[in-house]
Design a binder for this molecule. Structure first.
Ligand code: BEZ
Length: 178
């Protein structure tokens, strides 16, 4: 079974996998629209993490992991627990650089608009300010954004205008704050 990661799973899968590949999914856009009160923020002061938005013609690059046996059961249990909190499970094909289909049906978890922590769209500068000021049990929200930017640029070597623009704004705002 394959799981497709587009957020922290790209740089920090917390499970053992037997195979990993970078690739993209079609018709989905990565957006910093999901509130986080348990990892990158706290209740009352949520941080922002990514979810996926259905958007025809768009590609979202990420990393797919093949998992087996007990690991698969544990990961599915954990992710299905999230599903009860407003994440939906989708099956997606994963494509490679040369537009070759790499994986025929990977699972991906998407935070829905009706989940209790969903924040939705906002001006990029407002999102950047929120990321800059937020922190939670997993650390500063800015680390999440910077790790995502770094892994997209350096590991996957792909472009993501939304993520790169937010990282650029956060760097400017944090310089200004000094
Ligand atoms: C991710 O990091 O790709 C992810 C994992 C679980 C739920 C949503 C996103």
């Amino acid at each position: 079974m394959w799981i497709f990661g587009y957020g922290s799973l790209i740089w920090r899968p917390d499970f053992d996998f037997v195979e990993r590949t970078h690739g993209y999914v079609r018709g989905w856009q990565r957006v910093f629209w999901q509130g986080s009160t348990d990892h990158r923020g706290v209740p009352g002061a949520p941080g922002r993490v990514v979810t996926l938005l259905q958007e025809p013609g768009v590609r979202c690059w990420g990393t797919a992991y093949r998992i087996e046996g007990e690991v698969r059961d544990r990961v599915l249990d954990e992710l299905d627990h999230r599903e009860k909190g407003g994440y939906e499970r989708h099956e997606v094909d994963v494509w490679g650089n040369d537009d070759r289909r790499l994986i025929e049906s990977a699972l991906v978890y998407v935070a829905t608009r009706d989940n209790p922590h969903f924040l939705g769209p906002e001006e990029p500068e407002a999102i950047a300010r929120q990321i800059l000021r937020s922190r939670g049990p997993s650390g500063p929200n800015i680390d999440y954004l910077m790790e995502l930017e770094r892994s997209l640029r350096e590991d996957l070597k792909v472009d993501d205008q939304h993520v790169f623009e937010l990282a650029r704004l956060v760097r400017i705002l944090s310089e200004e704050a000094k």
